[in-house]
Write a protein that binds this ligand. Structure first.
Ligand SMILES: *[C@@H]1O[C@H](CO)[C@@H](O)[C@H](O)[C@H]1NC(C)=O
Ligand SMILES: *[C@@H]1O[C@H](CO)[C@@H](O)[C@H](O)[C@H]1NC(C)=O
Ligand SMILES: *[C@@H]1O[C@H](CO)[C@@H](O)[C@H](O)[C@H]1NC(C)=O
Ligand SMILES: *[C@@H]1O[C@H](CO)[C@@H](O)[C@H](O)[C@H]1NC(C)=O
Ligand SMILES: *[C@@H]1O[C@H](CO)[C@@H](O)[C@H](O)[C@H]1NC(C)=O
Ligand SMILES: *[C@@H]1O[C@H](CO)[C@@H](O)[C@H](O)[C@H]1NC(C)=O
Ligand SMILES: *[C@@H]1O[C@H](CO)[C@@H](O)[C@H](O)[C@H]1NC(C)=O
Ligand SMILES: *[C@@H]1O[C@H](CO)[C@@H](O)[C@H](O)[C@H]1NC(C)=O
Length: 749
C-alpha cells in the first residue's frame, strides 16, 4: 500500500522535475511540500568526507557540513545548522526550505535528505522468572554486568530515585568516560554516569516527564531497592538485569514523543561517550531503513561493537506493523510472566472470574453489589451516577482504564471491571486503580456479559487475592507485541526474541494509586509494553558483554536467539495471548523467549560483520542509499553481486519460496565455535510443510575455539503449498552439551 503510494509520487516527481535523480532526495513524506517555501528541519545524509580523519575536531566537521548549506543563517539571523552528527549518521540536521534542500543535490558528496520522523515511547520479579539467580550462573560470572555502560535513549530519568543511587559494588566509570551530567554537580554517581537532553539543537533538562525513561533505565540496570512494590503488591527487591552496570540517560522524547533529528543527536552523543549497549524503547513505525534514525545509527553502532537493542513496538496483534526490524538490530517483543496481582470477581450465580489490579485495599468489604453494563458508552468514558452509583460497572478495555476508574469513582460507582476485546485476548494489566477493579480476559468478558444479559438481578463482589505466581500458560506472547512479517527487511523473521513486558514493576517518579501522599522517596509502578521488554534484553546483553568482551554484536544476538526457549513452563509451545492461546508463530515470538543462562554458553554462534550487509542492502536499495547506511567510500551496487535476506548469516531463516514443485533455493550458513572442541550433529528437527530441506553435512566437528564451519541447505518445493502459505520448522546443531536452534519460516508465492 505504502509502496504503491510512493511509486505514484515518484512518477509525479519525474514529470515535475524531469530528473530521476530527485528520487534520491524526495521521500514520500516530502511530496506534499515540494513547492513549499517554508523553512523546515531536514536530516541530510552526505558521504563520509574523504580523509575523514582530518575532521577530528568538531568545528572542522561542522564546517564541512555547513558547506552543503546555501549559507549559515536564515534571514531572521537564526543558525541553519541544528545538529552536526559525527557517529549516528554521516550528515547533519539543518533548517532549509524544500527548494534549498533540492539545490544541495548538485553538491558533490550529497546523498539523501528527508524530514525528521516522529519517534515515540510505547508504553522484582523478572530476573528470577528468566532464571537468573543471585550467587551463581551468568550474574555471578559477569559480576552483574559490572562496568558495562548502557545508554538509555528515552524520555529522560529521575536522578533522585533510589534505583539510580550507586552502591559500593558499582565501580567508578571507566577513565575514558566523558559523558556529561547536565543535572549539575553531585547528581550523577557511579550508577547514573551521564544524563543529557536534546531538543532542537538545545540541551534542556534530562528530567523524566512521564516515568517511561525512569522505568526502562531501572529495568536494564537499576540498583537493588529493598521492599519495592506498588500499593503493597509484588513486594520484593527491585533491581535491574545488570545491577552493576552503569546507566547514561539521553533524553530525546518529551512527554514520550520526539523527532528523530533529536534522537540522532542523543544516539550520536551516546556513541561519542562510549556506551557499550544502546537500549532504545522507542519506535517510529514500519519504515525503510533510511527513514528510521534507529536503523541507520544502529548500523554505525555495530561497527563500533555497540549492541543496539530496540522495541518491536506495541502495534500487535496486527501483522506486519513492526518497528526497528533491520537485521543488525536486536528486535525485542514482549511476553507475559506468571505473576498476577489477582482479583477475583464472585458472581451471584457462584461463578468466579479472575482478573488483575494493583490497588488491593485490605479494608475493603467484599459485598454483593449490582453488576451493570454502563449506559450508552461501553468504555465508560462518560458514565452517569444514575447508572453506576453503588454498583459494579462493566467497561470495555481502552487505553484510558486508569482515567475511567476515576470517572466511575466520581460517579460514585463502587467497582469497575475492565473487559478485554478479542484483540486484547488474555493480556491483562495490574494497574494502580483508585477503586476496587478487575481487568479480565476476553474469554471471561464473554462470560460476564452473558451472565448480566441473561440474569434478572445480576450481582458481583470483588475479592482481593494479592500477588500470586503460577499463572498458566507462561510465558506467552502479549497481545500488543509488534509482529512480523516485516514489510521492509526482505523477509528476516522479526522480532528476534521476546522478553518480559507485561506488568513490569520498576522505578517511577511519583507515587501512584488512590491516595498518593506525595512521598516520592522510593516509588514504583507497573508498566507494560515492548518498551519494558527491551531493557530486559539490554541488561542481559550487558551481562553477556562483560563475560565475552570479544563477541561481536551479531554473536551476542546469535547467542540470545539460538538458546531461546520455545516451550512454556508446562512444556507446551509458547502461546499467543491474542489468538486464544494458540501456539505463537515465529512472527510473534521470533526465536522464542530469552534464556540468559543458556545465552551465556551457546556453543556455536552465527556471526555477521557489518560489511556483510552490503550485498543484502544492494539487493534492496540504490547505491546512494546503501552508502548513507554503510558509510564506506567506493560502494557501487551495480558491480556487487547482491544477496537475499535469507542468504545473510542470520541465526534464524526466513525464506520466500516459489510453490512450483521442484523449485529450489540454496543458502549457506557459517557457525563459529565459542565453546569446547565438540562434534555437532545437524538435524532438521521439524520440516516445514511443502518443502524438503537437505543439508550437505550431517555433522560438524570443531577442534578449536573460533573455528568456523559452513553448511549448505537446499530447499526444494514439493508443490503442495498454497500461495501466501507460511510454514514453520526448525533446525538444530547439537552436541552432547549444546543445542543451537534456528527457526525456519517459509512464505510461499
Ligand atoms: C541566505 O540564503 C538565503 C537563500 O539563499 C537568502 O534568502 C538569505 O538572504 C541569505 N542570508 C544571508 C545572511 O546571506
Ligand atoms: C556539559 O554540561 C555543562 C552544563 O550543562 C556544559 O556547560 C558543558 O559544556 C557540557 N559539556 C559537554 C562536553 O557537552
Ligand atoms: C465493613 O463492614 C463492616 C460491618 O458491616 C463495617 O463496620 C465497616 O465499616 C465496613 N468497612 C468498610 C471499609 O466499608
Ligand atoms: C517515604 O517512603 C520511604 C520509602 O518507602 C520511607 O522510608 C519513608 O519513611 C517515607 N517518608 C514519609 C514521610 O512517609
Ligand atoms: C509435500 O510435503 C508435505 C509436508 O511437508 C507432505 O505431507 C507431502 O506428502 C509432500 N508431498 C509430496 C508430493 O511429496
Ligand atoms: C559425520 O557425517 C558423515 C557424513 O556426512 C559421516 O560419514 C560420519 O560418520 C559422521 N561422523 C560422525 C562422528 O557421526
Ligand atoms: C577468538 O577470537 C577473538 C576475536 O574475535 C580473539 O580476541 C580471541 O583471542 C580468539 N581466541 C582464540 C583462542 O583464538
Ligand atoms: C544430538 O542429539 C541426538 C538425539 O536427538 C543424539 O542421538 C546425538 O548423539 C546428539 N549429537 C551429538 C553430537 O551429541
Amino acid at each position: 500500500m505504502e509502496d504503491k503510494k510512493c511509486a505514484t509520487f515518484f512518477a509525479m516527481l519525474i514529470i515535475l522535475f524531469a530528473s530521476n535523480s530527485y528520487l534520491r532526495l524526495i521521500q514520500c513524506q516530502l511530496m506534499p511540500i515540494v513547492s513549499d517555501n517554508q523553512v523546515k528541519t531536514f536530516i541530510v545524509f552526505v558521504e563520509e568526507p574523504v580523509g575523514g580523519a582530518n575532521l577530528v575536531n568538531d568545528e572542522e566537521l561542522t564546517n564541512f557540513h555547513r558547506s552543503f548549506l546555501p549559507n549559515n543563517s536564515l534571514d531572521s539571523g537564526e543558525e541553519r545548522m541544528i545538529y552536526s552528527y559525527r557517529h549516528a549518521i554521516s550528515g547533519f540536521a539543518a533548517l532549509l526550505t524544500a527548494d534549498e534542500a533540492l539545490a544541495m543535490e548538485t553538491k558533490p558528496g550529497f546523498l539523501f535528505a528527508r524530514l525528521p520522523e516522529e519517534v515515540r515511547a510505547e508504553t522484582t520479579y523478572t530476573p528470577e522468572f528468566m532464571g537468573l539467580s543471585i550467587g551463581g550462573g551468568l550474574w555471578w560470572s559477569s559480576q552483574y554486568g559490572e562496568g558495562i555502560i548502557i545508554g538509555v535513549i528515552d524520555n529522560g530519568i529521575t536522578p533522585t530515585h533510589p534505583s539510580f543511587q550507586s552502591f559500593n559494588a558499582v565501580p567508578a566509570p571507566p577513565v575514558n568516560w566523558f559523558g556529561n551530567c547536565s543535572f549539575g554537580p553531585n547528581v550523577c554517581n557511579n550508577k547514573l554516569i551521564g544524563a543529557m537532553a536534546f531538543q532542537n539543537g538545545k540541551n534542556p533538562s534530562p528530567l523524566d516527564d512521564t516515568g517511561h525513561g525512569t522505568h526502562c533505565a531501572s529495568i536494564a540496570a537499576g540498583s537493588p531497592v529493598y521492599d519495592a512494590g506498588v500499593l503493597g503488591q509484588a513486594r520484593g527487591t527491585a533491581g535491574g538485569i545488570a545491577p552493576r552496570a552503569h546507566i547514561s540517560a539521553y533524553k530525546v522524547l518529551y512527554r514520550n514523543l520526539g523527532s528523530d533529528d533529536d534522537m540522532l543527536a542523543g544516539i550520536d552523543q551516546a556513541i561519542r561517550d562510549g556506551v557499550n549497549v544502546l537500549s532504545m524503547s522507542l519506535v517510529s513505525g514500519p519504515k525503510h531503513f533510511l527513514d528510521s534514525g534507529i536503523a541507520v545509527s544502529s548500523f554505525y553502532a555495530i561497527t563500533q561493537g555497540i549492541v543496539p537493542c530496540a522495541a518491536a513496538g506495541n502495534s500487535g496483534p496486527t501483522a506486519s506493523v513492526i518497528s526497528n526490524d533491520a537485521p543488525w538490530i536486536l528486535t525485542v517483543g514482549a511476553s507475559n510472566t506468571d505473576r498476577r496481582i489477582k482479583v477475583t470477581v464472585m458472581l451471584g450465580n457462584g461463578m468466579e472470574i479472575d482478573g488483575e489490579s494493583a490497588y488491593q485495599p485490605d479494608t475493603h468489604n467484599a459485598t454483593d453489589l449490582e453488576l451493570v453494563l454502563p449506559g450508552s458508552d461501553p468504555d465508560c468514558l462518560s458514565v452517569d451516577a444514575a447508572d453506576v452509583k453503588g454498583k459494579i460497572v462493566l467497561c470495555e478495555v481502552s487505553p484510558f482504564s486508569l482515567l475511567i476508574g476515576r470517572i466511575v469513582k466520581d460517579a460514585e460507582g463502587e467497582g469497575m471491571i475492565i473487559m478485554n476485546d478479542v484483540k486484547h485476548g488474555f493480556t491483562t494489566s495490574s494497574d494502580p486503580h483508585v477503586l476496587p477493579a478487575a481487568h479480565v480476559s476476553h474469554v471471561d468478558a464473554q462470560k460476564l456479559k452473558a451472565y448480566v444479559q441473561t440474569t434478572r438481578n445480576p450481582t458481583a463482589s470483588i475479592v482481593f487475592k494479592g500477588t500470586q505466581f503460577g499463572a498458566s500458560p507462561t510465558p506467552s506472547v502479549a497481545y500488543f507485541s509488534g509482529r512480523g512479517p516485516s514489510q521492509y527487511n526482505g523477509g528476516i523473521i522479526k522480532p528476534d526474541i521476546i522478553a518480559p513486558g507485561v506488568n513490569i514493576l520498576a522505578a517511577w517518579p511519583v507515587e501512584v494509586g488512590p491516595n498518593p501522599t506525595g512521598n516520592t522517596t522510593s516509588t514504583f509502578n507497573f508498566m507494560s509494553g515492548t518498551s519494558m521488554a527491551t531493557p530486559h534484553v539490554s541488561g542481559i546483553v550487558a551481562d553477556l558483554k562483560k563475560n565475552h568482551p570479544d563477541w561481536s554484536p551479531a554473536m551476542i544476538k546469535s547467542a540470545i536467539m539460538t538458546t531461546a526457549l520455545t516451550e512454556d513452563l508446562d512444556g507446551n509451545p509458547i502461546a499467543d495471548d491474542a489468538f486464544s492461546h494458540q501456539p505463537a508463530s515465529y512472527f510473534a515470538m521470533g526465536a522464542g523467549h530469552v534464556n540468559p543462562e543458556r545465552a551465556n554458553d551457546p556453543g556455536l554462534v552465527y556471526d555477521t560483520q557489518p560489511l556483510d550487509y552490503i550485498p543484502y542492502l544492494c539487493g534492496m536499495y540504490s547505491t546512494p542509499t546503501v552508502k548513507s547506511i554503510v558509510r564506506q567510500q567506493g560502494i557501487d551496487c551495480s558491480i556487487i553481486q547482491s544477496i537475499t535476506a535469507a542468504e545473510l548469516n542470520y541465526p534464524s531463516i526466513g525464506l520466500r519460496m516459489p510453490i512450483a514443485k521442484g523449485s529450489a533455493i540454496v543458502i549457506t550458513r557459517t557457525v563459529t565455535n565459542v565453546g569446547p572442541a565438540e562434534l555437532y550433529d545437524l538435524q532438521i528437527k521439524k520440516m516445514p510443510d511443502g518443502v524438503d530441506i537437505r543439508s550437505d553435512k550431517k555433522n560438524l566437528s570443531f577442534s578449536a575455539l573460533n573455528e568456523t564451519q559452513s553448511f549448505r541447505l537446499q530447499f526444494t518445493s514439493n508443490g503442495t503449498a498454497q500461495s501466501g502459505q507460511v510454514s514453520e520448522g526448525y533446525l538444530i546443531l547439537n552436541s552432547t552439551t549444546h543445542v543451537v536452534r534456528s527457526p525456519i519460516s517459509i512464505t510461499y508465492y
